[in-house]
Design a protein around this ligand. Structure first.
Ligand SMILES: CCCCCCCCCCC/C=C/C(=O)SCCNC(=O)CCNC(=O)[C@H](O)C(C)(C)COP(=O)(O)OP(=O)(O)OC[C@H]1O[C@@H](n2cnc3c(N)ncnc32)[C@H](O)[C@@H]1OP(=O)(O)O
Ligand SMILES: NC(=O)C1=CN([C@@H]2O[C@H](COP(=O)(O)OP(=O)(O)OC[C@H]3O[C@@H](n4cnc5c(N)ncnc54)[C@H](OP(=O)(O)O)[C@@H]3O)[C@@H](O)[C@H]2O)C=CC1
Length: 279
């Protein structure tokens, strides 16, 4: 689909690049010639993904153990990265969510979602952006958002709020940082099976799965998202700025993806709270 050198000479940080969609994007970027840095909280998971990428594609892949909720840790990670040269691309991928009745959300629960999803992505963007501007270096920020930015989404309100905030960041910085040579773009994926999404959104406990609800009758393939991401961060997309591309098979045109949960009984919600998974 792409020239094998599409991302040659690009140095890319993928937050949450050790697993899920972050790992799938990292894989495609490495295949297209990029140098990668992947970050997350679980060092062993990062090392395992990096070793596989090195073995498969032979390029340079580094890992950074970093909890992006911690602004000082993000700053330290960026300092370390810049010691070897500037990044060219930041992919804000790491995020958290779970389904819950909003009236049962404690402040700590709301913060557990907002902290990595909104604040963490913003810390990463500001740390990369200020270095690009100081060094007169071009950059691209790709943020992985959600169609909740268009529809809102019941039962995952902090996630919908965080993703909508990042869409505002994407549009605002397109204007503010565009003149500095920095593009900001986003993808709104529909359902793509991952351990994290399955664990937190519990499709197996819901009436009809995300594939059945989708106009195309299926969930997304990781390769589809990885290819879209590769295009958006490449120079071929050099005139796309401030845009969010929806990749959901048309699902959001039909419903937000949470309507089935309106039928849940109090007993089902109690069971959900009791069975909550932790990653
Ligand atoms: C493929 C299926 C798709 C079907 C639907 C289609 C629509 C798709 C659109 C999806 C949009 C976005 C998707 C995603 O983001 S998917 C990625 C999800 N991945 C993750 O969440 C991974 C990262 N997760 C984590 O880091 C943690 O699991 C998490 C942050 C969620 C919680 O861990 P943390 O250690 O921070 O939290 P604590 O255990 O300390 O708890 C803090 C407070 O939060 C409350 N809590 C935690 N989990 C739950 C829960 N499941 N339900 C209710 N409350 C929860 C916890 O009780 C604490 O509060 P209190 O101290 O007040 O008790
Ligand atoms: N899968 C889907 O259906 C959809 C996904 N999305 C979005 O796509 C992106 C990827 O989702 P998906 O792959 O499913 O999620 P996963 O839960 O599978 O992966 C999340 C990744 O983020 C990392 N991460 C989580 N919290 C932190 C933190 N505080 N600091 C650093 N890294 C962290 C995790 O690593 P570690 O645990 O080691 O920290 C993990 O590698 C997210 O932005 C999500 O909102 C949007 C719509 C649908």
């Amino acid at each position: 689909m792409f020239d094998k050198t599409l991302l040659a000479n690009k140095r890319i940080l993928v937050t949450g690049g050790g697993s899920g969609l972050g790992a799938s994007m990292s894989r495609r970027f490495a295949e297209l010639g990029a140098e990668l840095i992947i970050c997350g909280r679980r060092l062993e998971q990062l090392e395992q993904t990096a070793a596989q990428l090195r073995a498969d594609f032979g390029g340079k892949v580094s890992v950074a153990r970093c909890d992006i909720r911690d602004a000082a840790a993000v700053e330290a990670m960026m300092e370390t990265i810049w010691c070897d040269g500037p990044l060219d691309v930041l992919v804000n991928n790491a995020a958290a969510t779970f389904i819950a009745q909003s009236e049962h959300l404690s402040a700590r629960a709301a913060d557990a979602i907002l902290a990595p999803t909104l604040h963490g992505a913003m810390y990463c963007t500001l740390e990369a952006g200020r270095r690009w501007i100081a060094g007169h270096h071009k950059g691209v920020v790709l943020s992985i958002l959600s169609t909740s930015t268009i529809t809102g989404r019941a039962f995952t309100v902090p996630s919908a709020m965080a993703k909508s905030g990042l869409l505002a960041m994407t549009k605002s910085l397109a204007v503010e940082w565009g003149p500095r040579g920095i593009r900001t773009v986003a993808i709104a994926p529909g359902p793509f099976p991952t351990t994290g999404a399955t664990g937190q959104l519990r499709p197996e406990t819901r009436d009809s799965g995300p594939a059945a609800q989708n106009p195309l009758g299926r969930v997304g393939k990781h390769s589809e998202l990885a290819n879209l991401a590769s295009f958006l961060i490449s120079d071929q997309a050099g005139y796309i700025n401030g845009e969010m591309v929806v990749q959901d098979g048309g699902a959001h045109l039909r419903a937000s993806g949470a309507e089935d949960l309106l039928q849940w009984s109090d007993a089902q919600w109690a069971a959900q709270r009791a069975a909550r998974t932790k990653t």
